[in-house]
Design a protein. Structure first.
Length: 188
């Protein structure tokens, strides 16, 4: 997805393009108060801040303390930006009707109690506020299913042999009616 060079994050162009598309969904108005759930090191919130006026307020939250420190180092000099260490297992530490936009990118699949988080989003969102939950993956895969022995064989073969062989093997098993749930996730 991205790599670090001299403290700067270098993003893959496809990754950037996908993010830019997601930002294009934001309804831009003056003085918006924005919350980014699972902000990581703050890249999305920084890019969103560039679309906003000087009276906007932007808050990023993440359970990873190192990411919050890095986000503050990267973008904390902009007084509109605030990064808060918080785990979504707890209530969001803001009053109801606080935010015009609640944004979250590549996070919801990491959350154990999604209902709780969505209730909290509803609580802190202003009436007529906007919610953007997005997800995209490029780099890694999660293989899951009921047959744990089969899953272990798949992942071990994948590690040992590489993706071409596992894909070939996977499709041969599919034809033999093996049931495998195949989904993607990164970073969790
Ligand atoms: C895949 S990363 C996405 C980061 C960023 N939104 C992006 O798209 O680059 C998922 C982020 O969600 C955060 N996260 C996962 N579970 C969380 C939780 N229960 N509470 C708060 N943050 C969480 C992780 O620390 C991580 O920074």
């Amino acid at each position: 997805m991205s790599k670090s060079k001299g403290g700067r994050t270098i993003m893959d162009p496809n990754n950037v393009r996908m993010r830019e598309f997601i930002y294009s969904l934001i309804t831009i108005n003056p003085k918006l108060t924005i919350l980014d759930l699972g902000c990581g090191q703050g890249y999305d919130l920084f890019r969103i801040s560039q679309l906003m006026d000087n009276e906007s307020k932007l808050f990023g939250m993440d359970t990873n303390q190192k990411s919050i420190i890095k986000a503050n180092e990267n973008y904390g000099q902009d007084t509109r930006m605030n990064f808060i260490h918080h785990n979504f297992g707890q209530n969001i530490p803001f009053d109801e009707n606080s935010f015009d936009l609640v944004f979250s990118n590549n996070v919801l699949e990491c959350i154990a109690d999604k209902q709780h988080l969505l209730r909290e989003v509803h609580r802190v969102l202003k009436p007529e506020g906007q919610v953007i939950f997005a997800h995209f993956d490029w780099d890694s895969q999660l293989i899951d299913g009921d047959n744990k022995e089969l899953i272990r064989t798949i992942t071990q073969t994948f590690n040992d042999c590489g993706s071409e062989i596992i894909e070939d093997w996977y499709f041969r098993r599919s034809r033999a009616n093996a049931t495998i749930n195949y989904s993607y996730c990164f970073g969790c």
